[in-house]
Write a protein that binds this ligand. Structure first.
Ligand code: Q9C
Ligand code: ZN
Length: 335
């Protein structure tokens, strides 16, 4: 399988995050990527497809913010990485904002996603890996893997969050649409709901979004991912949420994944993007499902049986010692 990763993706390295009331080591570490590379035998550098495919799913003012935030933070005399603390909750009017704290609140979903001088370059490169994998399957590969890090599925059209800045799955899906695929499906099997991906395609009937994830009643991102969220307007019925309880094991996970795959087959997708998170593994430090390494090839074979050209993008997975073997196990199911 073709595999893509750019060294620029490793440069974003916040020191700490706000986790349950304390500052802890940032979980989404650059060493995640190295662990995966070691286990899958390296990766190719992606071509540069430019900024246009990113601008097709994100607002220009938000992308300017990603580029500028760390500099504005530094100019404000602040130490460390840029972290938001005040948020314009629902109902605030559009304002011309200049203070870095105002911008951080406006464009962030949470306070767990610090921005650094390298955030934009790393997110840009992560999106290029997703685009390379998408173009590989458009050119005839059965499946291709983008080692996306930073991940993407919590990032919306105009916000970052959940360690995500550029929504790489959305960039991949939109690129497939723009390359002529009439209908594209995204299957999200990260532990967390992909709120950003859902938001981006919420009113779209041409991109189907199906997600298996921890019930938002108990888990981040809390405000999205309930079973009654099905899309709106043209997109009504093109969003499928399958929340699962903490403690979920392979049998229940596989049954629900079959429901998602059946819905994708009915939708009639020409191409599939898989948002793959290995944070469903039993030993993940921030998640509470109970999948084992041996479960991943089983899930992958079920997905491969759809017979669709499949671009796999990496999302979460924070047990770094096990991450490489879990990703390699998943990819082996597509051979
Ligand atoms: N104490 C991904 O897996 N942190 N993002 C919640 C709660 C946010 C995970 C912290 C988890 C985001 C791509
Ligand atoms: Zn996750």
């Amino acid at each position: 399988m073709r595999r893509y990763f750019s060294p620029a993706q490793a440069t974003h390295a916040p020191a700490q995050e706000l986790h349950n009331g304390a500052f802890t080591d940032y979980a989404e570490k650059p060493s995640r990527a190295q662990a995966i590379l070691d286990a899958i035998g390296g990766a190719e550098q992606p071509d540069d497809f430019g900024a246009a495919p990113i601008e097709a799913v994100h607002d220009a003012d938000y992308l300017a913010f990603l580029r500028d935030a760390a500099r504005l933070w530094e100019e404000a005399g602040r130490p460390g990485q840029a972290i938001p603390y005040a948020f314009p909750i629902v109902g605030r009017r559009p304002l011309a904002l200049s203070r870095v704290d105002a911008l951080l609140g406006r464009y962030s979903l949470d306070a767990t996603t610090p921005l650094t001088h390298q955030t934009w370059a790393a997110g840009y490169a992560s999106a290029q890996s997703a685009l390379a994998a998408t173009h590989a399957v458009l050119a005839g590969e059965r499946a291709a893997f983008a080692l996306c890090r930073p991940p993407g599925h919590h990032a919306g059209r105009d916000y970052c969050g959940g360690y995500c800045h550029i929504n790489v799955a959305a960039v991949a899906a939109q690129a497939a649409r723009d390359a002529g695929c009439a209908r594209v499906a995204i299957l999200d099997i990260d532990y967390h709901h992909g709120n950003g991906t859902q938001d981006i395609f919420w009113q779209r009937g041409d991109v189907f979004y199906a997600s298996l994830h921890a019930d938002p009643a108990t888990d981040y991102p809390f405000f999205w991912g309930h079973a009654d969220e099905v899309g709106e307007g043209e997109g009504r019925g093109a969003t499928l949420n399958l929340p699962l309880p903490q403690g979920t094991r392979i049998d229940a996970f596989r049954t629900e994944q079959e429901r998602a795959l059946a819905a994708i087959a009915r939708f009639g997708a020409d191409l599939l993007v898989v948002s793959f998170g290995a944070d469903t593994w039993e030993g993940d430090p921030i998640s509470r499902f109970k999948l084992t390494t041996d479960d991943y090839p089983v899930l992958a074979r079920d997905i491969a049986a759809l017979g669709l050209p499949t671009a796999i993008v990496m999302e979460g997975g924070y047990a770094i010692d096990a991450l490489g073997r879990n990703v390699a196990a998943f990819l082996s199911g597509f051979d």
